[in-house]
Design a binder for this molecule. Structure first.
Ligand code: FES
Length: 139
């Protein structure tokens, strides 16, 4: 292969790599939306069951059906568990009163709004209705 052929081959490789880079970027590009992201759910949690005992304390939380439910000063809130960046599970931090993603440090306030980090969209929030010892989470 002479120099001319080598340069032709390299320029074709460059075009190929550029195309590959664009393809990879489009595959890994996160959602860019202000629309809250999360599953559609309708389920109940029985507060008298041991598995849900942490909801009996202020700041306590339980994850179920892709949703994090939190006892926030006696009121219950629920947000989607899957981070809108790359899908890691967020958890409630009672010390800072927010949701934190352990993967890249994204944070969300209690209304699901992104407050820092790479998440491109808010977490979906859900309606929580308490009837006796039963919480119904839907949305
Ligand atoms: S997956 Fe949550 S911040 Fe990256």
């Amino acid at each position: 292969m002479d120099r001319k052929d080598f340069l032709k081959t390299c320029s074709l490789c460059g075009l190929g790599l550029t195309g590959l880079g664009t393809l990879i970027e489009s595959c890994t590009k996160p959602i860019n939306s202000s629309t809250p992201q999360g599953p559609t759910v309708n389920f109940t949690l029985d507060l008298s069951k041991p598995a849900n005992a942490s909801l009996g304390t202020l700041g306590g939380s339980v994850s179920s059906n892709g949703v994090v439910v939190v006892n926030l000063s006696g009121n219950f809130i629920a947000v989607a568990q899957s981070c809108t960046h790359n899908g890691c599970s967020v958890g409630y931090n009672p010390g800072s009163n927010n949701f934190v993603c352990p993967c890249h440090g994204g944070t969300f306030d209690t209304s699901g709004k992104v407050t820092s980090g790479p998440p491109p969209a808010p977490l979906k929030t859900y309606t929580v209705v308490k009837t006796g010892n039963i919480l119904t989470i839907s949305g």
